[in-house]
Design a protein around this ligand. Structure first.
Ligand SMILES: Cc1cc2nc3c(=O)[nH]c(=O)nc-3n(C[C@H](O)[C@H](O)[C@H](O)COP(=O)(O)OP(=O)(O)OC[C@H]3O[C@@H](n4cnc5c(N)ncnc54)[C@H](O)[C@@H]3O)c2cc1C
Ligand SMILES: *[C@@H]1O[C@H](CO)[C@@H](O)[C@H](O)[C@H]1NC(C)=O
Ligand SMILES: *[C@@H]1O[C@H](CO)[C@@H](O)[C@H](O)[C@H]1NC(C)=O
Ligand SMILES: *[C@@H]1O[C@H](CO)[C@@H](O)[C@H](O)[C@H]1NC(C)=O
Ligand SMILES: *[C@@H]1O[C@H](CO)[C@@H](O)[C@H](O)[C@H]1NC(C)=O
Ligand SMILES: *[C@@H]1O[C@H](CO)[C@@H](O)[C@H](O)[C@H]1NC(C)=O
Ligand SMILES: *[C@@H]1O[C@H](CO)[C@@H](O)[C@H](O)[C@H]1NC(C)=O
Ligand SMILES: *[C@@H]1O[C@H](CO)[C@@H](O)[C@H](O)[C@H]1NC(C)=O
Ligand SMILES: CC(=O)N[C@H]1CO[C@H](CO)[C@@H](O)[C@@H]1O
Length: 576
C-alpha cells in the first residue's frame, strides 16, 4: 500500500512535517499538494472527464511578470489592472487583497508569494494560491468536485470573487472549487419558496453563486426593483457567496435588513455531494445556519434567492471636515456617535471615517423627503461648523430618484481599494455604548490612527428576531460597526508582517469596551480573535456546531475562524 509506505517514510521526518503529511495518517490530516497522497494526473483526468470545462491551474496574478517558468501572460496588462477589482475577481489565482496570495510560515518565518514589484528581487512562488481546481459551470461540476475532494481527503477551498478580508477563499496546497462562472440570474415576481404555499409569493431575484453586486444591481434595476446589497468601488464583491453567509451588509441595511434577513432560499451542494434546497420548509436547520453561520463551512452554495423591494427615492448626505485640534475632534465624534442610533432608526445608513485630524462621512437616507433630511442633519452640520470652524467643513445633501441613480454617479475614489496588503480589526459598537457611554466611546474610537464607523446596524437590523437566523445575535444590539486596518508594503519580511499582525491583535483588545458582548462582523474582522466563537457567533455557536456535525461530519469544509475550525490546526490540515 502506497500510503503505508509513505507513512513509514514520514515517521523519520520531523513531527511538524509528519503532521501535515498524508491522508492515510491515523491523525486524520488532509492531503495537500506536493504530498505523496495528492491525486495523480490520472486521477485528475478521471475527474476532468466529468466536468464541463478543463481543470484550472490557478497562479498568482503577478506571475506574468516572471517569465522564467511562467512564459504565458502579459505583464503590462497585470501592471495596469493591479488595482482593478473586477480584473482580480476574473482570475482564479488572484485575491482582492494581495497579502492573501502570500503564505507566511508561522513556524520559521519563510514567505512564499509572487510580487508585482520585480525589482524586489524575490522569486515568484505559489504562496497560498491553490494549484488546481474546478471552474464550476454546472451543479454537476460542483458535485463531482465535492465528491473528489472527499474521496481523496483533500484540503478543499471554495473561491468566489476572492474578496474575503480574512483570506478564507485562499489555502496553500488546496484543491479549489471556483464558483465565479455560476452567473445565472432570474427574477420571479411571484416566487414561492419550495415547499411553501401559493399565497406566500415574494418578488424575488435568484442569483447564481458567482454573481457579483454589479450584475445583481443591473438585473434588479432592469426589473425596477431594489435588492439589498453591498458596495465597493466597482461592485465586484460577490452577491451570493461569503457576503450573505457571513451576514451581508449594505448602506441601506438599517432600512431593509442584512443579507441574511432578505434571503428566502438557497440551493447548496452538501458535503456528501447532494444538491438540496435550504429554506424555511426544506433543511430549515441548514437554512438557519447558512444565514450568518459563515461561508465555506456547510457545502457549496449554488444559488441564493433574495426578496426585492419597490424602488424609493433617497437623499445623499456627505460631509468632509478637518479639525483644528483634538478637542474639536472629540466634540464632533461624540455627537457623531450619539447620532448613530437616531439615524439608523430613521432608516439611514452609510459610513464615517475619522481621526483627530479629519472626518469624512456619507449617508443614504431612503424614502424621506429632502426637507426632512435637512431637518435631521443640519443641526449636526452646524455643530461641526462651530467646533471645527465653518471654513473647515464641506457639506452636501442631494436627492436621487432611487438607489441606482445614486450608484451610477459613483466614481472610483482614486485610492486603491484592492491589490494592497490589508488586514482588519473590528467590533460592533453596542447601542448601549453609543447612547449611554457616548463620550467614552468617541474617545476610544479616536485613539486609533484611522477608524471607520459603518452605519449598517440599528433600524430594521436591530428590530429583527435575533434567533430567526444563525447570525451572531450581537448584531441586533449594535449601533454601528467599527473597523480599523493595518497595511504593509509588498514583499515585506515576515517580521514586518508579524509586527503588523500583533498591532491588529492589539486593536481588537483596544476596541473591546465598545462591544460588551465582544461581538463583531465575521466578514470584516481580524484573524487574531481571542475567541472567534464568541465574537463571530455569540450564543448561536453551539447550535451551529451541532448543525455542522450533522451535515459535515468529516469536516470537509473548513475555513479559518469558521464553525468547527477550533478542532483543527492553523492551516486547517490536521485535527488537533
Ligand atoms: C472591496 C471590498 C468591499 C466590501 N464591501 C462589503 C460590503 O459592502 N458589505 C459587506 O457585508 N461586506 C463587504 N465586504 C466583505 C465581503 O462581504 C467579504 O469579503 C465576503 O467574504 C466576500 O464574499 P465572496 O464570496 O465575494 O468572496 P470569496 O473571497 O471568494 O469568498 C469568501 C468566503 O466565502 C466562501 N464562499 C464563497 N462562495 C461560496 C459558495 N458558493 N459556497 C460556499 N462558500 C462560499 C469562501 O470559501 C470564503 O470562505 C467587502 C470586501 C471587499 C474586499
Ligand atoms: C499586453 O497588455 C497591454 C495592456 O493591457 C496591451 O496594450 C498589449 O497589447 C498586450 N500585449 C500582448 C502581446 O497581448
Ligand atoms: C520553512 O519551512 C518550510 C516548510 O517546512 C520549508 O519549505 C522552508 O524551506 C523553510 N524555510 C526556512 C527559511 O527555514
Ligand atoms: C520596488 O522595490 C524597490 C526595491 O525595494 C523599491 O526601491 C521601489 O520603491 C519599489 N517600487 C514600488 C513601486 O513599490
Ligand atoms: C442556468 O440556467 C440555465 C437556463 O435556465 C439552466 O439550464 C442551467 O442549469 C442553470 N445553471 C445552474 C448552474 O443553475
Ligand atoms: C437642504 O439643504 C441644502 C443646503 O445644505 C439646500 O441647498 C437645499 O435647498 C435644502 N433642501 C430643501 C428641500 O430644503
Ligand atoms: C468628501 O470627500 C469625498 C472624497 O474625496 C468626495 O467624494 C465628496 O464629494 C466630498 N464631500 C463633500 C461634501 O465635499
Ligand atoms: C441606556 O441606559 C438606560 C438607563 O440605564 C437604560 O434604560 C437603557 O436600556 C440603555 N440603553 C441601551 C441601548 O441599552
Ligand atoms: C481584463 C481587464 O480588465 N483589462 C483591462 C486592463 O487595463 C487596461 C487599461 O486600463 C484596460 O483597457 C483593460 O480592459
Amino acid at each position: 500500500m502506497r500510503f503505508e509506505l509513505f507513512y513509514d517514510l514520514v515517521a523519520f521526518l520531523p513531527s511538524i512535517l509528519a503532521q501535515t503529511s498524508t491522508c492515510a495518517d491515523p491523525s486524520g490530516c488532509r492531503c495537500v499538494y506536493g504530498q505523496y497522497c495528492w491525486p495523480s494526473e490520472r486521477d485528475f483526468d478521471s475527474l476532468s472527464a466529468q466536468l464541463s470545462v478543463p481543470l484550472i491551474r490557478p497562479i498568482p496574478p503577478a506571475s506574468a511578470c516572471y517569465p522564467v517558468g511562467n512564459p504565458s501572460g502579459n505583464c503590462s496588462d497585470v501592471q495596469q489592472n493591479w488595482s482593478n477589482g473586477i480584473w482580480r475577481s476574473d482570475q482564479p489565482g488572484a485575491y482582492e487583497f494581495s497579502n492573501f496570495e502570500t503564505y507566511t510560515n508561522s513556524a520559521n518565518g519563510s514567505v512564499s508569494g509572487c510580487y508585482l514589484n520585480t525589482t524586489l528581487g524575490l522569486p515568484c512562488e505559489q504562496g497560498s494560491v491553490a494549484p488546481v481546481g474546478v471552474d464550476a459551470r454546472t451543479v454537476g461540476d460542483v458535485q463531482a468536485a465535492v465528491r473528489f475532494a472527499g474521496e481523496y481527503n483533500l484540503r478543499l477551498v471554495v473561491k468566489n470573487t476572492g474578496h474575503d478580508l480574512l483570506g478564507r477563499s485562499a489555502a496553500r496546497g488546496a484543491f479549489m472549487i471556483w464558483t465565479h462562472h455560476l452567473k445565472n440570474i432570474s427574477y420571479d415576481a411571484n416566487f414561492i419558496p419550495e415547499g411553501g404555499s401559493d399565497y406566500e409569493t415574494v418578488p424575488a431575484l435568484t442569483l447564481g453563486a458567482g454573481v457579483q453586486w454589479k450584475e445583481a444591481y443591473a438585473a434588479a434595476s432592469e426589473q425596477q426593483r431594489y435588492i439589498m446589497g453591498g458596495i465597493s468601488d466597482d461592485m465586484s464583491n460577490g452577491a451570493a457567496g461569503g457576503w450573505v453567509m457571513g451576514g451581508g451588509h449594505g448602506p441601506l441595511s438599517p432600512k431593509y435588513g442584512l443579507g441574511v434577513d432578505n434571503v428566502v432560499q438557497f440551493t447548496i451542494v452538501t458535503p456528501n455531494g447532494d444538491h438540496v434546497v435550504a429554506n424555511a420548509y426544506r433543511h430549515s436547520d441548514l437554512f438557519w445556519a447558512l444565514r450568518g453561520g459563515g461561508a465555506g463551512s456547510w457545502g457549496v452554495v449554488t444559488s441564493a434567492t433574495y426578496r426585492t423591494y419597490d424602488l424609493v427615492p433617497l437623499v445623499l448626505v456627505s460631509m468632509n471636515a478637518t479639525f483644528p485640534d483634538s478637542q474639536a475632534a472629540q466634540r464632533v465624534t461624540t455627537e457623531l456617535v450619539r447620532l448613530q442610533p437616531k439615524l439608523s432608526d430613521a432608516g439611514w445608513g452609510g459610513f464615517s471615517s475619522f481621526n483627530n485630524v479629519f472626518l469624512s462621512l456619507l449617508f443614504l437616507a431612503p424614502d424621506v423627503s429632502w426637507a426632512e433630511v435637512n431637518t435631521t442633519i443640519l443641526p449636526f452640520f452646524n455643530f461641526v461648523g462651530d467646533a471645527a470652524g465653518p471654513s473647515n467643513v464641506e457639506i452636501l445633501t442631494k436627492p436621487f430618484d432611487n438607489f441606482y441613480a445614486w450608484l451610477n454617479t459613483l466614481t472610483p475614489s482614486g485610492l486603491p481599494q484592492v491589490g494592497v496588503n490589508w488586514e482588519l480589526a473590528s467590533r460592533l459598537m453596542s447601542r448601549d455604548m453609543a447612547e449611554n457611554h457616548t463620550e467614552e466611546s468617541a474617545q476610544l474610537l479616536l485613539s486609533f490612527d484611522f477608524i471607520s464607523l459603518v452605519l449598517v446596524a440599528g433600524g430594521v437590523v436591530g428590530r429583527a428576531d435575533p434567533d430567526s437566523v444563525g447570525l451572531n445575535p450581537g448584531w441586533r444590539k449594535a449601533a454601528a460597526l467599527a473597523v480599523t486596518v493595518e497595511t504593509w508594503k509588498e514583499g515585506a519580511s515576515s517580521s514586518v508582517v508579524f509586527e503588523a499582525r500583533q498591532r491588529i491583535a492589539e486593536y481588537v483588545r483596544r476596541l473591546e469596551p465598545i462591544s460588551p458582548d465582544s461581538a463583531t462582523y465575521m466578514n470584516e474582522a481580524s484573524l487574531y480573535e481571542p475567541d472567534f466563537r464568541k465574537s463571530f457567533f455569540g450564543s448561536h455557536y453551539n447550535r451551529l456546531r451541532s448543525i455542522k456535525r450533522k451535515y459535515d461530519p468529516t469536516s470537509t469544509f473548513l475555513v479559518v475562524e469558521g464553525v468547527g475550525s477550533e478542532d483543527w490546526n492553523g492551516d486547517l490540515t490536521c485535527p488537533l
